[in-house]
Design a protein around this ligand. Structure first.
Ligand SMILES: Nc1ncnc2c1ncn2[C@@H]1O[C@H](COP(=O)(O)OP(=O)(O)OP(=O)(O)O)[C@@H](O)[C@H]1O
Ligand SMILES: [Mg+2]
Length: 357
């Protein structure tokens, strides 16, 4: 073996080690990239939550005074209910919060047996080295059976000395009144656009994503006060269309019709002949892959806002509702597209004055 070969061997070995390390690093980086932003940026303390400042300050005062009551957090999806209670648990218990918290959600079995056994066992046992009140989080509690909810009434009362319950749901009216009256209720309203905008600005900076004002506005509109939806749409657009998140890319990843296309369709429905409007509608649905129910939602908003004679407006809106109903039963889309155009053509006949958008 020559000296050169001898020399080469360790170098190869070093390169192999370096290669393995860099591929491991690349894998880790790829994993970090693939991690959903909703989880990556889930607030880990109460300070990080945007919005609901009043609820958070009340919760914080109750925690500091060691007087956390049983709570019921309710409101639409993606408004921070689960994040708030998890952040509160971390603030209350610090690093060891997991041993003091029992979290059950809809993916766990929460029938009457679980309420009887698992919750009772957790609430009834004392830990050797940790004092204090435990926290039992029942996420998506509106999905719990009525029997389990009835069983919970007594369990809550019995273990109040050891544990606090936090029920979380979208619809408070699906929780039996007896449970509601045992809890302090906090309603989580949809987040305001400016609250979401602040968080989005922070995340795009950390993720190095470029996004303009028009695209940000469209993102907030598509999000409808749901932070989870905003972050998911943003991440999907950033991954699918690298470079810059544009207004178009946001609509494309969500499958929502582009506002320009909706405007063109609406103008055509109001003014063009049946044939021209039908062709435009059919072409756009075919080339863009729009689903008719998505278009109906947007057209409905346009009709409601437009200055149209009452009879024409009422006729079109009734027909839109009929078409949507029929779409739900999987009738032929082609037929429903024609029906949509017909509704407008008939409405124009009902209108004494020319319609304007
Ligand atoms: N107020 C908020 N401040 C900061 N981030 C938020 C807030 N609300 C929601 N988010 C973001 O949205 C994600 C989803 O929030 P969370 O799981 O708390 O919603 P939820 O109200 O429990 O919704 P659901 O009713 O669907 O369970 C979080 O991971 C977080 O990234
Ligand atoms: Mg939740």
């Amino acid at each position: 073996m020559s000296a050169m070969e001898l020399d080469e061997q360790p170098e190869d070995a070093t390169m192999a080690v370096a290669g393995a390390a860099s591929s491991k690093k690349a894998k880790l980086e790829a994993k970090a990239l693939a991690r959903p932003w909703v989880e990556k940026y889930r607030p880990s303390s109460l300070d990080e939550l945007v919005a609901h400042k009043d609820i958070i300050s009340v919760l914080r005062r109750l925690i500091e005074a060691d007087k956390l009551p049983h709570t019921l957090l309710y409101g639409p999806p993606g408004t921070g209910k689960t994040s708030t209670i998890l952040a509160a648990a971390k603030d209350m218990y610090g690093a060891g919060y997991k041993s003091m918290t029992l979290e059950l959600n809809a993916s766990d079995d929460r029938g009457i047996d679980v309420v009887r056994d698992q919750i009772k066992e957790f609430a009834g046992t004392r830990r050797l080295f940790s004092k204090g009140i435990k926290l039992i989080i029942l996420d998506e509690a509106d999905m719990m059976t009525k029997d389990a909810q009835f069983a919970l009434r007594r369990v809550i009362e019995k273990y109040t000395a050891n544990a606090r319950f936090c029920l979380i749901c979208n619809y408070a009216n699906k929780i039996i009144p007896a449970l509601q009256s045992r809890c302090t209720k906090f309603r989580f309203a949809p987040l305001a656009p400016e609250q979401i905008a602040g968080r989005v600005a922070d995340i795009v900076q950390r993720e190095n994503v470029a996004i303009g004002t028009k695209a940000t506005d469209a993102l907030l509109e598509l999000g409808k006060g749901d932070m989870r939806r905003v972050l998911n749409v943003l991440q999907a657009a950033a991954v699918a269309y690298p470079g810059e998140v544009t207004y178009e890319s946001l609509f494309l990843v969500t499958g929502n019709p582009l506002p320009d296309h909706v405007d063109a369709i609406f103008a055509s429905l109001l003014n063009d002949t049946f044939d021209a409007a039908r062709t435009l509608l059919g072409d756009l649905c075919k080339t863009q892959g729009y689903a008719l129910p998505d278009l109906l939602t947007r057209i409905n908003a346009k009709v409601v806002a437009a200055k149209l004679p009452n009879a024409a407006k009422a006729h079109v809106l009734t027909k839109l509702a009929d078409i949507e109903y029929r779409c739900a039963f999987a009738t032929t889309t082609e037929l429903q597209l024609s029906s949509l155009v017909s509704a407008f053509v008939v409405a124009r006949g009902l209108a004494p004055a020319p319609a304007s958008a």
